[in-house]
Design a protein around this ligand. Structure first.
Ligand code: BEZ
Length: 209
């Protein structure tokens, strides 16, 4: 086995990082990456990370030549072009745009979920903006409804960028927002998620307890 040639700024709580880790597992590339733990919030940045990613966001991937890739979508695309197995992001055609759109829908669930997390965990209760929180929850609700109604067959068909992204978004909802009880109203999505959660890549990347 050769020494890892890339460094991934990593935090096991981040659903965006989890997408990258799941893809590394699924494509057999784990040993190419060293993990660099990054402890950060929007108001307590990681100074080392900021030198590589001026946006101060994880994941960021430093390549062997010193170039740094971000954000998670770019990293997924890059890593998917570095292995010899079946692509997890279709290279062309309508499948490419459909699967990337489903992945973007999942990223939107993550975005809203992480925003809610920051607002609730980092700001004093008397400063919480309830109308804004409700609007974020509505985004999640609408996105889950579309996945439940329109995307189950596509998610089931193969575990690619779309399925990985949705699985990581649902995992983050369970981790940070169990109060939303998304499973109660999305039985098909719930059954699908229960099944894919047993994949070694998902088991190995579960958020911390
Ligand atoms: C979290 O603790 O929920 C979190 C950590 C890093 C990035 C996003 C979310």
């Amino acid at each position: 086995m050769s020494a890892p040639s890339m460094t991934l700024f990593h935090n096991p709580a981040s659903p965006y990082v989890r997408k990258v880790m799941v893809l590394l597992h699924e494509t057999g590339q784990l040993d190419r990456v060293t993990l660099q733990h990054s402890q950060l919030t929007p108001v307590s940045p990681d100074a080392t990370l900021n030198q590589d990613n001026p946006l101060g966001k994880i994941p960021a991937l430093r390549l062997a030549d010193g170039n740094v890739l971000y954000d998670s979508r770019v990293i997924l695309d890059y890593l998917d072009q570095q292995h010899v197995g079946n692509p997890l992001i279709p290279r062309e055609g309508s499948a490419r745009w459909r699967r990337l759109t489903l992945a973007a829908l999942a990223d939107g669930i993550m975005d809203a979920s992480v925003m809610i997390r920051y607002e609730l965990a980092l700001r004093a209760p008397e400063k919480h903006w309830d109308q804004w929180l409700d609007a974020q929850r509505e985004k999640i609700r609408r996105a889950l409804a579309v996945l439940e109604a329109d995307a189950i067959a596509e998610l089931t068909s193969h575990f690619d960028v779309a399925a990985i992204s949705v699985a990581c978004a649902l995992g983050y909802l369970d981790f940070r927002h169990p109060d939303l009880e998304w499973r109660k109203t999305h039985p098909q999505l719930s059954a699908w998620f229960t099944e894919v959660s047993l994949r070694p890549s998902m088991l190995a990347t579960q958020p911390p307890v």
